[in-house]
Design a protein around this ligand. Structure first.
Ligand SMILES: [Zn+2]
Length: 188
């Protein structure tokens, strides 16, 4: 069975090809994002790769390391172009530590970041071109607000882009909260 760990972390669930995939971000990954978020007007975009320990069944990714930015990346306030040679080395090094490449992250100078058309397109290309056995790959965009509002998380696959399922209330072991249905506001 795929089990959630007991510590509280950021948890996202995706439905993809009829499986529920749980993605958990470690505290150290969230701290790494916060360290590179574009809090000041001068900060350039940052980014890197995401690596996860994956359960045998493949349905739980514990994202435990985030790499980058590196000195050889090309960076500006609205632009981030990573050093692809170093990225390939990171994939090899992390794999030797038992961690799988599961996607990319980068920052935006926005409070609640939204992907650009080129962000979405390039994740689709990475999914198609990379050699992997993943049902999809993650894109995380780090804005200036704290998570969850300030962090965009999406899954990219041959089906296109998938957003996380509505957040589940992670049951505190001691405290079962009564479930109430919140009516959804109509967009129209
Ligand atoms: Zn972007």
């Amino acid at each position: 069975m795929c089990q959630l760990s007991k510590e509280k972390r950021m948890i996202y669930r995706f439905k993809i090809h009829n499986i529920i995939l749980t993605v958990e971000l470690s505290d150290s990954v969230l701290a790494h994002f916060n360290q590179h978020a574009q809090h000041s007007d001068a900060s350039p975009e940052a980014g890197g790769q995401l690596f996860a320990n994956i359960t045998e069944e493949g349905c739980h990714w514990f994202v435990s390391s985030a790499t980058g930015p590196r000195p050889s990346d090309h960076r500006s306030r609205f632009f981030f172009n990573p050093d692809r040679r170093i990225e390939r080395r990171e994939i090899k090094d992390e794999y030797e530590q038992g961690k799988h490449y599961v996607g990319d992250w980068h920052t935006h100078p926005q409070q609640s970041p939204q992907p650009s058309a080129s962000d979405t397109r390039s994740m689709g290309e990475i999914f198609e071109k990379s050699i992997h056995q993943l049902p999809g790959i993650l894109m995380i965009i780090v804005g200036t607000h704290p998570p969850p509002d300030g962090v965009w998380v999406s899954m990219h696959s041959s089906l296109g882009m998938a957003l996380p399922l509505p957040s589940l209330s992670v049951p505190d072991s001691n405290q079962a909260l009564p479930k109430t249905e919140v009516p959804r506001a109509s967009e129209n």
